[in-house]
Design a protein. Sequence first.
Length: 284
Amino acid sequence: MLRTLKLSEHPSTATHNIHVSGQVVTVLRFDQEVDPTKTKLLGWEGRFEPLLVGSKKVVIEPLRNLGRDEGVPLLVTLVDGTEIPFLVRPPWDKQDLGWTPFTDHQVNVFKDPDSYNAVLSSLNDALQRESELRDENERLKREEQSIDHAYATLLFKGDVKKTPFRRQAVYRPKNDDMAMVVEIFSGPRKAAVLVHLTNTGDTAPWTFEGAYVTRDFTSNTEKPFALRMDQTELAPGQSGKIAVVVDESAFDHEGKLVDLSLLIFRGDGLLQVAVTMDHTLIRQ
């Protein structure tokens, strides 16, 4: 995510959060030159690549995802002596974010909030957010009219009898910190999967990174699907469900139906569960 950060007249009185993800580069761009000799990321060894500082930029690259409660102090000093403190944190701090968690890809930092570039950057941010909201509203409208999303909602609610699906298989994948039950359904020109998750760990919350349907585990063969879930984070002891419906058209490859795979990743980037969706699940 690209965003603008305007400092107050007394920037040393506030510490701003920078949200990073493992092996993802985050760039801080300032309106003045940065002093590399006085710009430091404390306790970076083993968690970050060495800090890159040059011209008006500071580049941060974590080696892994930070823990939920981790915060690494970063002090950036401009050539005029201004010291700007930051706290480098993971993207899951909902209290600070106020809405959907995100990763900072570039943060434009302005010492003078009334400068032309600062105002222009803020305007671009506002236009970007407006565009994203417009796209999200369009997506929600399409989902409201989508039969696949309606079926996914019914499966999620446990109303299987109200759908055309038949349960074909049930199994329990093994995992140390997650109890899982996977139900696979066949349907007329469609297939579906319902995944039940219970966080059996002692301390760490489980977070949802994303779900993908692919033909051969590569991004260039990703297929469209409908998804419904109740929450993207499960505290220890909490349970949740993920319902996925895939149309026959996604199974089509050069005029033949092929097998697909549903991949669900957790917040640290590791694969939580993989489900084979055999093309025979499609009933004509």
